[in-house]
Design a protein around this ligand. Structure first.
Ligand code: NI
Ligand code: MN
Length: 230
C-alpha cells in the first residue's frame, strides 16, 4: 500500500490525497452529476488537462479562493495568470517535481480552447498526466483518442492505475479504451468521462467485458464520491 487515496468526483475529476491534496480537472458547477460544490474543495494543487469547460471547470474559482497552485499546459497557464490565478506552465513530455510528487505531462489526442466571455481562445495542446507519489504511479489520460504511444507511457511509467475516458464521441469509447488498457498494462483501469451528459452515455460493463476479452486487466468501476485506498 502506498498510503494515498484516490477519489472520483465525477466526469474527469479525481482527487489524490497524499501528504497534500491534488485535484485534477475540477468540474462541479454545470456538472449534472456532481455531488460537491467548489467551496467543498481545499486542494494544494490543481492539475488541468486542457481548457474545455468540463475540465478547466471551477479551477479559477477554487484557485482564487484557496490560493492553490495550478499546473497546466503553457498557453492555458498564461491565460490563468491573466485571471489572477497562481498558474505554472509546462508542456508535453515535460516533468515537474511538485512537493513529493513527480508530474509528467503526456500527450493526448484532443483539442483545447478556453472560453473567455463570448470568445474562444487558443489554449495550447490537450494533455494527460502521469503522477508519481509515494511510489504509486497514476496515469490520467485526459480527453483523448486511442494512440499507440500509450504503449510507451506504459513501458516507461508502469502505471498502477490508469484513468481512461470511455464516453466516446469526443474521446475513446469502451472498445478503444480497452485497447488502451492493453497498451498501458496498468494493474487497475478505471473508466471516466461517461454518462455525465446524454451524448457520452455508455455502459461501463461494456468496458469491463472488452478489457476482459483483450487482456484480463482488473477494471474498477467507481461511483461518484468513492474513495480508493492505494
Ligand atoms: Ni475536451
Ligand atoms: Mn471532456
Amino acid at each position: 500500500m502506498y498510503g494515498i487515496q484516490l477519489i472520483w468526483h465525477g466526469h474527469a475529476c479525481f482527487e489524490i490525497r497524499a501528504s497534500f491534496n491534488v485535484l485534477i480537472d475540477p468540474f462541479f458547477r454545470g456538472n449534472p452529476k456532481a455531488k460537491l460544490v467548489p467551496e467543498d474543495l481545499e486542494p494544494d494543487i490543481i492539475l488541468v488537462t486542457h481548457g474545455h469547460y468540463d475540465h478547466l471547470g471551477d479551477t479559477i474559482e477554487i484557485a482564487q479562493k484557496t490560493g492553490c497552485r495550478v499546473i497546466t499546459v503553457h498557453e492555458l497557464a498564461n491565460y490563468l495568470k491573466s485571471q489572477n490565478v497562481m498558474a505554472e506552465g509546462m508542456n508535453i513530455g515535460g516533468k515537474m517535481k511538485v512537493n513529493d510528487m513527480l508530474v509528467v505531462m503526456t500527450d493526448a489526442n484532443h483539442s483545447s480552447s478556453v472560453s473567455h466571455g463570448e470568445l474562444r481562445l487558443y489554449a495550447g495542446r490537450a494533455a494527460g498526466f502521469i503522477l508519481q507519489v509515494n511510489g504509486c504511479s497514476i496515469y490520467h489520460a485526459g480527453d483523448t483518442g486511442l494512440f499507440t504511444d500509450m504503449r510507451l507511457i506504459g513501458d516507461v511509467y508502469r502505471p498502477d492505475v490508469a484513468l481512461l475516458p470511455i464516453g466516446g464521441r469526443y474521446t475513446m469509447d469502451p472498445e478503444d479504451a480497452a485497447r488502451a488498457v492493453a497498451f498501458i498494462r496498468p494493474n487497475i483501469a478505471i473508466p471516466m468521462h461517461y454518462n455525465t451528459f446524454d451524448v457520452i452515455s455508455q455502459d461501463p460493463l461494456d468496458f469491463v467485458h472488452k478489457v476482459r476479452d483483450l487482456c484480463g486487466t482488473e477494471v474498477l468501476i467507481m461511483n461518484i464520491g468513492d474513495v480508493l485506498d492505494l
